[in-house]
Ligand binder design. Structure first.
Ligand SMILES: Nc1ncnc2c1ncn2[C@@H]1O[C@H](COP(=O)(O)OP(=O)(O)OP(=O)(O)O)[C@@H](O)[C@H]1O
Length: 427
């Protein structure tokens, strides 16, 4: 039988209360043994995008949550202060703290709270604290108040050194404080309404599927609004630069609009920044058509690489998730954490046609049925420039929001990664 969409309980005054189950964080047994503590969120009716408030009430309910005491797990809380609309600290104080105090009445005060100070904070925490402990077999819980960037920093940090046989994947609780929060919205598509708080109350976690991007030797990570570049970590065997991701690898229009809109100015506009940058790219000021991106593109299925016939492209994207933003369903066939990788491709076209196709993705992923779009499950994707693109801005690759620029004859190869480095808490 389908779970009821409503949850009922009696409050302390004995009055019957009914709330949407999607707003329920947890029903915790009260230490008096008779009643329960009901934790729920309440949303701002005037601003649906605002973080919810938490309400904790004593009451009587027929259905308590299955209660597993995980209070002894070493817990780290990361507040990514530069993510999204810079709301991580406020959400922690207003919503997360009361939930933790209810769920873990004695142990929550010993949880470790870290605030990011720079783009390097999460990587530093991972190499100094999380990896050594996970590698010694300790099962960590990491409560992450960030966007997808926080996850990708954790994944890359955890994979940066060889793991021991004792390695135990930390379990991350995702609280969507970023801009797009693709991973969170893909895991919770159509259900959770608690901004991830309900995942704090359960002890279910599943491996996070990830991919590895290997690059030609001259590939460089663009940082600081592309004002500088950095070397990437190297694969210990091949010595090629590498980067791991859990969301998306792209080139062409998607990578360009992510890169062009990653500025302090654009970030003020939240998710709108992607649409604004798309319009700029699709309708060049001189009235010309959008750029036709030139490279050899191949897909891997099983052990076989096959090249696409077309050598000019507009949209080349491999996704490990269903949604790149809450309403933007890039890969409707992807199920939460299923480990699939889907190619979404279309060729050069004019701005109106590209906008039409992208508009279909905002209608539940209808673009995949359009004849202009190639959509298929793949095991890998390879892009080889072969000197076809003179200008470096057409050679930018996006890996989960990070931007890598390749050389004129550079290449990138994306493959699913088998290693289990991070688990995700799911309710
Ligand atoms: N205090 C800080 N100072 C400078 N940079 C920071 C700070 N805190 C976080 N950052 C950086 O800000 C970026 C935030 O990325 P994150 O993905 O978490 O948010 P987002 O880009 O808004 O969301 P999404 O990726 O979901 O669209 C990361 O590059 C992170 O390293």
């Amino acid at each position: 039988m389908a779970e009821s969409a409503k949850f009922s309980f009696k409050n302390e005054e004995g009055e019957e209360q009914t709330i949407d189950r999607g707003n329920l964080v947890a029903v915790v047994p009260n230490p008096d043994g008779l009643s329960s503590i009901i934790v729920q969120v309440e949303h701002d009716s005037t601003d649906p995008a605002a973080p919810p408030h938490v309400k904790v009430t004593k009451g009587l309910s027929a259905s308590a949550s299955p209660w597993l005491d995980t209070s002894d797990r070493e817990t780290h809380i990361i507040l990514s202060t530069g993510s999204g609309a810079n709301q991580a600290i406020a959400f922690f104080e207003d919503a997360v703290k009361p939930v933790l105090a209810t769920l873990f009445p004695t142990s929550h005060s010993s949880f470790h709270v870290h605030q990011t100070q720079s783009t390097a904070t999460i990587s530093d925490l991972t190499s100094k604290i999380f990896f050594p402990q996970a590698n010694a077999g300790s099962h960590l819980r990491i409560i992450l108040l960030s966007g997808d960037g926080g996850v990708v920093d954790l994944v890359n940090g955890l994979l940066s050194k060889p793991a021991s046989a004792e390695y135990k994947a930390p379990s991350v609780v995702l609280l969507p404080l970023g801009t797009a929060n693709a991973l969170y919205h893909s895991i919770n598509a159509g259900k959770d309404n608690t901004w991830g708080l309900s995942a704090l109350a359960v002890d279910n976690h599943r491996p996070l599927p990830i991919f590895t991007a290997s690059f030609s030797p001259g590939a460089r990570l663009l940082v600081d609004e592309a004002r500088s570049e950095e070397e990437l970590p190297k694969d210990p065997q091949t010595q090629y630069p590498i980067l791991h991701g859990a969301v998306v690898a792209s080139w062409g229009m998607h990578a360009s609009l992510v890169a062009d809109s990653d500025t302090v100015e654009y970030r003020k506009f939240g998710v709108e920044r992607f649409k604004m940058a798309a319009k700029e790219a699709l309708y060049p000021a001189d009235g010309s058509l959008p750029h036709p991106y030139k490279a050899k593109v191949s897909v891997l299925k099983g052990e076989t690489w096959t090249s696409l016939e077309k050598e000019e492209h507009m949209y080349v994207l491999a996704s490990m998730v269903s949604n790149l933003e809450k309403p933007f369903t890039i890969s409707p066939a992807s199920k939460p954490l299923d480990g699939s990788l889907h190619l979404v491709h279309f060729g050069p076209t004019d701005g109106d046609e590209a906008m039409r196709i992208m508009g279909l993705a905002y209608q539940g992923g209808k673009h995949v049925d359009d004849k202009a779009v190639l959509y298929e499950a793949v095991d890998g994707l390879r892009i080889e420039f072969q000197g076809k693109e003179e200008d470096a801005r057409w050679r930018r690759i996006c890996i989960d929001g990070k931007i890598v620029r390749l050389e004129k004859d550079g290449w990138v190869e994306i493959r699913k990664e088998e290693r289990r480095v991070l688990d995700v808490a799911v309710d």
